[in-house]
Write a protein that binds this ligand. Structure first.
Ligand SMILES: C[S@@+](CC[C@H](N)C(=O)[O-])C[C@H]1O[C@@H](n2cnc3c(N)ncnc32)[C@H](O)[C@@H]1O
Length: 387
């Protein structure tokens, strides 16, 4: 394919004459596996030039570096196969190729978008999304000088990872302003405050965030802290998730809400037609308790530790399937490594207009329940009540 060959040649040329600025790959094909776009820049590591690829997925970013000799093969793996548009930016011109549905390439030359090259230093400090703001010291994550308290280092990591995921999810969801976000089981509000500060003060977005928490002392503390920080559109309500009555929810969040409180929160998301449901389930007791005393002939249940993990997986898989029945596309992934916390699974539902074959989804739920002796998942019980 001449256009693609020419693209690589122009890349080589811009690298050789030091006019290379960057490459962007966009318009993902159906084979892109959730990869939204790729940005490629030149950096220097140990005095050697290296092409740094940032792969933007819906929920996270991954960075991989390639030497000049490796970059060609990686581009050939991506362009046309995973992306329909590739644009090379140099100081002399921009060169783009676009592929039609049938794979026909069109090349377009543009005047250069850039008259300066970006810095090539690899040592640009990675910007933390949770700025070391006052709220972090009021919540006890940092000391008064803004240094992270050692025993809170994992929490700080978790907060930043969580913001990275939400940033990516919000980028790929169409929401009208102001965005109404409800955080159910907000606890001491670490993640609620961080999200507010990030979206309002860093991203300059118009959001209203409400934390729902049953414990009065935490609600009072969080409201006082929000006032001290001047976070005007962040409020906390003392209530149970089950009794919470607001219908305006664009984004529903429930992080480590205990046991079936996660199901109650998901259900509130369904009722409010939330565009995004983000939860990190916790202490999966319901199915395990329901199964007590029932003989289940399954070697996976022989050892206690695996039995527990199986029930966690079944609980969350059935949750995801029920979400699909409510027209959400779902993803389950680890959002922070095991070394920080075992409660590291995130379940995300993104409302979709695409048709989901509900009969097939129900068949999957039924066969899972049968195989693992599950009578009824709590989320089914509460959703069935409203039918
Ligand atoms: C483990 S903490 C998690 C706090 C916060 N989401 C986080 O991830 O840092 C769970 C919180 O959910 C609250 N909670 C549990 N069940 C609830 C319910 N049904 N209604 C309201 N709050 C609930 C608890 O009081 C607790 O503060």
């Amino acid at each position: 394919m001449n256009e693609l060959k020419l693209f690589i040649e122009k890349l080589n040329e811009s690298f050789a004459n030091e006019s290379f600025v960057k490459i962007t790959l966009s318009k993902p094909t159906s084979k892109s596996d959730g990869l939204m776009n790729v940005y490629i820049r030149l950096i220097t590591i140990k005095n050697q030039p290296v092409f740094s690829f940032t792969y933007h997925y819906q929920t996270n970013d991954q960075v991989k570096n390639y030497t000049f000799d490796e970059v060609r093969n990686e581009l050939l793996e991506l362009i046309n196969k995973k992306f329909k548009t590739a644009r090379l930016f140099t100081l002399e011109y921009d060169y783009a190729i676009q592929f039609s549905k049938k794979g026909k390439a069109t090349a377009i030359n543009f005047p250069p978008s850039f008259d300066k090259k970006p810095p090539e230093s690899h040592d640009i400090p990675k910007k933390k999304r949770a700025e070391l703001g006052k709220y972090l010291s009021l919540l006890g994550v940092t000391d008064e000088k803004g240094t992270v308290i050692p025993k809170m280092a994992d929490k700080f990591k978790q907060i930043n990872k969580y913001l990275e995921i939400i940033e990516s999810l919000l980028k790929n969801t169409i929401l009208s302003s102001p965005i109404h976000i409800v955080d159910m089981g907000s606890g001491k509000g670490y993640l609620t405050f961080a999200l507010y500060d990030f979206l309002v003060n860093q991203k300059k977005m118009d959001v209203r965030i409400k934390g729902i928490e049953q414990r009065k002392e935490l609600v009072d503390f969080c409201n006082k802290t929000a006032t001290t920080c001047g976070f005007n559109n962040l409020v906390f309500e003392q209530n149970t998730i089950q009794k919470f009555g607001d219908s305006k929810i664009d984004v529903l969040i429930a992080l480590h809400a205990c046991d079936t409180a996660t199901d109650d929160a998901i259900f509130k998301g369904f009722s409010a037609n939330a565009k995004l449901i983000i939860c990190a389930p916790c202490c999966h007791k319901q199915l395990r308790q329901e199964s007590k005393g029932k003989p289940i002939e399954n070697p996976l249940f022989k050892h206690g530790i695996f039995k527990e993990r199986q029930y966690e997986m079944i609980t969350d898989t059935i949750r995801a399937l029920i979400m699909e029945k409510h027209n959400y596309q779902t993803k389950i992934f680890e959002f922070i490594s095991n070394e920080h916390t075992r409660k590291n699974v995130m379940l995300v539902g993104i409302k979709t207009k695409e048709k989901i074959e509900k009969k097939d989804v129900q068949t999957n739920i039924d066969s899972l329940k049968e195989a693992y002796g599950v009578e009824k998942h709590y989320l089914e019980t509460i959703t069935d009540k409203t039918k």
